[in-house]
Design a binder for this molecule. Structure first.
Ligand SMILES: [Zn+2]
Length: 214
């Protein structure tokens, strides 16, 4: 039986780098992977971009209301050009398209609970390992819905670590305007002109937030 893995961390903890490395490792062994991420209206929406400079297009985007298991099955049975499975092609495709060895999800915090449940079904019922990468909490220190559900049901949790400005492990993501922490705005990240994010330990977060936790 395959497993659902959740690899989580603060921002800038190397999640996309880890995902692209994992994909590379599979492909180096001649295995096929699928890369996907939730559909958001942000720049570079259909790419997975590592801070180290490596980027790669996703195989499919996940609309907010999409049934993820069905979406996965459709792409798992599409040929290299993305032509979708139909009955006449079934035999040819089964011969030409190797099975998917792993499904890799970037920005998994933005999935719905139902979509995370589908990830578990893909692992357990369809027997395809799923590696989901995401941020645990938002800038108000609250869990993202997708991350909370992954914490509930993933077989394996692995924390990816990054360093706070003080040298300790960072766990929170502060939204800053200048040097001031802000607590308003949407949960989904916004690239405003002055808005930036910094990964901080609890101590530094409470220091810059004047003791607030969101
Ligand atoms: Zn710190």
């Amino acid at each position: 039986m395959a497993k659902l893995y959740f690899r989580y961390g603060a921002m800038n903890s190397g999640k996309s780098t880890g995902l692209l490395q994992a994909a590379f490792n599979y492909e180096e062994r001649g295995q096929r992977v699928l890369l996907a991420k939730p559909h958001l209206d942000t720049k570079g929406a259909d790419e997975i971009v590592s801070r180290l400079g490596v980027a790669r297009g996703v195989d499919f985007l996940i609309p907010h209301d999409a049934g993820l298991r069905r979406l996965f099955a459709r792409h798992a049975h599409a040929d290299a050009e993305g032509s979708l499975f139909d009955a006449e092609d079934a035999v040819r495709l089964a011969r030409e398209v190797p099975p998917v060895a792993c499904l890799l999800i970037d920005e998994a915090q933005f999935l719905t609970e139902e979509q995370v449940d589908d990830l578990l079904r893909i692992a357990v019922v369809d027997d395809v390992p799923v590696l989901a990468y995401g941020i645990r909490t938002d800038f108000r220190t609250r869990s993202f819905p997708g991350s909370a559900r992954l914490m509930d049901i993933a077989h394996a949790l692995e924390e990816l670590k990054t360093i706070c400005r003080c040298g300790r492990k960072a766990v929170f993501n502060a939204r800053l305007v200048g040097e001031r922490v802000v607590f308003d705005g949407d949960q989904v990240a916004i690239d405003g002109e002055d808005v930036r994010y910094e990964s901080l330990c609890a101590d530094c977060y409470l220091h810059v937030s004047d003791g607030r936790l969101g």
